[in-house]
Write a protein that binds this ligand. Sequence first.
Ligand SMILES: Nc1ncnc2c1ncn2[C@@H]1O[C@H](COP(=O)(O)OP(=O)(O)O)[C@@H](O)[C@H]1O
Ligand SMILES: [Mg+2]
Length: 385
Amino acid sequence: MPQSSSSSSNFINEYSLPQVHNNQTSVASKMTIRERKRIGEGAFGTVVEALLKYDEPKDNNIIQINGNSSSPCEWLGPFAIKRVPAQTEYKSRELEILRVVNHPNIVSLRFFFDKTSSNDNKIYQNLVMECLPSNLQNEIKYYRQSKYTIPYPHMKAYTFQLVRAMLYLHGFGISHRDIKPSNILIDPLTVRLKICDFGSAKKLELNQPSVSYICSRYYRAPELIIGCSLYTTKIDIWGLGCVIAEMFLGKPIFQGQFPETQLKEIAKLLGPPPNTFFFNNNPQYRGNMYTTKLFTCSIKERFEQIFSNSPQDAIDLLMKILVYDPELRASPRRVLIHPFFNELKSKNFKVYPRGSSESIELNLFNFSDFELELLGSFKNELKIT
Ligand SMILES: Nc1ncnc2c1ncn2[C@@H]1O[C@H](COP(=O)(O)OP(=O)(O)O)[C@@H](O)[C@H]1O
Ligand SMILES: [Mg+2]
């Protein structure tokens, strides 16, 4: 039986469990979990920062943390534990997806276990992940409060890593389906980025419908808004465009007051959706099509008005991503070779982490064989010069 001890000043809860699964070795062991503080609260779960310790020393319990082997009986971590109800009518594929993915820009799962809550006697699934100090929502807010934006070199480095994660996920056919700044973890001191929250993620199969009420309102692709059920991983690329726009503007770009008016916000930037858009994505759509033009200038001029303080290469990139037709919307590899990222390819490229006068180098081009395969001929344009 799990034992809970009373809270003390430096932790909120401590308990031992007979079966904690190590995701690297697939071995289940008896471990003690010391929860230190609550770090996140989302729609479905609670996230706490915690340390873990093997209760019984065993050779196969020796695991690698940051490249160093660590002996049993030592506290490991800190980790982030996400706790969600194990049985709900809503099917979460988070554990199954996190178990198979392995990428520097996707949060890694270290352990997992089920535990019955003493509060409500329900079973909760616990995912023990590597812990990052912040997320992109906090970072955008931090700079907005001082009337700045995230520095451009950082924005480029973050965006590049986000797109790399998408290239990898989409290579498996997996769509994240909830891309937004709070689901993008970052470490401002190392300028590292990792996607988290795979609670909505799904492997999309050709011609197999999926629910269209997915993604958070401001980040929903136009085809989802009109109820398309045969969508593709391009819905994540729309989310990517919204995230890039938000880094430049300091606030979400399409803030629909109601689900029905979300499309209007998009039409204020992109103009009326083409008729083929409704026909191709949901011929049964009966909502407002926003066919009247809400501005008089060209779409390019409209982008330049809204992103008046942003560099031209960023505007060009956004115009290739924020496109109604999912088939014409840029793919991850197209995004990766966009000139917006040219600066990153320079041998002399360095970033200064927030508040630091010492620059660091980022190893952003360490593509795996799988990524190189996905890049195909595009890889020739992703060389450091
Ligand atoms: N591995 C992690 N490291 C640090 N913070 C995390 C981690 N995972 C989640 N969080 C924080 O907890 C919040 C909620 O987690 P998330 O997985 O997005 O749950 P939900 O499905 O409830 O939105 C995130 O926005 C983030 O701030
Ligand atoms: Mg979330």
